[in-house]
Design a protein around this ligand. Structure first.
Ligand code: MRU
Length: 360
């Protein structure tokens, strides 16, 4: 039986560097099974990201960082120890591009791969074995820093909340999606420790049910009062007066504050605006992409229509061959967002002015 301590002790992705493997909790099996996979090749890492065995922007970045490190180690193992950096780097770039093609929206994926790339270049003068060691430390730092980032998001987030509040969240921005604590869930865990007695409503999050399968699993295991609702019930719980704040994660925030997150998030934001409920986006700075001026520049992943019609059902729930549209994310307009919480502080509108200050 899991409890608050054991749910937070779960490592959704970690490196077993002695055995040259990534140990990854298969999130597609939760809540029915807690099974860890052992990944050793870049193809396995690509598949795990694409199939959402590891998902959530920070966890995707962590997995990709470990994946590129393992690829680099394999590349170096097939070259002379004193092999030329250029030869190593050409193959390294190919592995980087391959892993980058696994999913398009969460910028943490590209951010993590770029960090390893910069590390390789900075150490180009060293023997290959030392470059590989530096890459391992960099990949591990991406993971370890995320834990601190989430802690800080929790403190800033909690400062916006009061005991007994009703909170609503969409998708899973929890400990499973990060190194630990989650982003939007971090204040819930902290509040739990400090006796805030929040009541959380978790949107089921069609079509892949990250809220129904993962967020409820996490929060219930931690002893947090959580109630599962279908996505189309958010309006009634808000109208009933049961929600005092909406807390969501994000996959990419543009320079003007537009925020891409799991499909359905922008609808929740519109409802929150209508009912006068603050709408908070939790964004590690690794999720802020100032290169995108607005949300219109964020690529939205389109996924297999089967996920809508049959994925989680024993029998299809739509006629064979029907057209189905399956965008995995949407963009919440910045004017619907009350504040963007980062590990370096809370940004309020106008985001175009306040977000750059968060990226110190
Ligand atoms: O498709 P997913 O499950 O990777 O989508 C995840 C989300 O949209 C999360 O809300 C987001 O990545 C933030 S996770 C801290």
């Amino acid at each position: 039986m899991l409890n608050s301590e054991s749910i937070l002790a779960i490592q959704s992705v970690r490196l077993d560097h002695v055995n040259n493997a990534i140990i990854l909790l298969d999130q597609t099996l939760i809540p029915n099974e807690t099974k860890y996979l052992t990944l050793t090749t870049q193809e396995e890492v690509w598949e795990a990201i694409y199939e959402l065995r590891v998902r959530g922007a920070p966890a995707i970045g962590i997995a990709a960082g470990f994946g590129l490190y393992l690829a680099a180690k394999n590349i170096a193992a097939n070259l002379e120890p004193t092999g030329a950096f250029d030869v190593f780097y050409t193959s390294f770039q190919q592995a980087k591009a391959y892993l980058a093609s696994s999913r398009p929206t969460a910028v943490n994926l590209f951010w993590a791969l770029d960090r390893l790339d910069a590390c390789a270049k900075a150490n180009a003068h060293l023997p290959l074995a030392e470059i590989v060691s530096a890459l391992r430390l960099e990949a591990q730092s991406i993971r370890d820093e995320d834990e601190q980032v989430c802690k800080s998001l929790g403190e800033y987030g909690l400062s916006l909340l009061k005991p007994q509040m009703g909170l609503l969240t969409h998708c899973n921005a929890g400990t499973l999606a990060t190194a630990r604590y989650g982003t939007a869930t971090a204040p819930m865990y902290l509040g739990q420790e400090r006796g805030y007695h929040f009541r959380v409503f978790a949107d089921e999050t069609r079509p892949l049910l990250q809220g129904g399968r993962l967020t409820t699993f996490e929060l219930q295991s931690a002893g947090i009062d959580v109630t599962l609702i279908c996505d189309n019930m958010a309006s009634i719980v808000m109208k009933n007066g049961w929600v005092q704040a909406v807390l969501v994660g994000c996959d990419r925030v543009a320079a003007n504050g537009d925020a891409a997150n799991k499909i359905g998030t922008s609808g929740v934001a519109i409802l929150a605006k209508y009912y006068g409920i603050p709408f908070y986006v939790f964004a590690p700075t690794s999720t802020i992409d100032l290169k995108c001026a607005t949300g219109a520049e964020i690529e939205i992943e389109l996924r297999n229509p089967d996920e809508v019609t049959k994925k989680w059902y024993a029998r299809p729930m739509a006629p064979e061959g029907v057209n189905a549209y399956n965008p995995a994310f949407d963009v919440t307009d910045q004017h619907l967002i009350t504040a963007i919480i980062t590990e370096n502080g809370i940004a309020y509108p106008p985001y175009v002015e306040t977000l750059p200050a968060m990226l110190r």
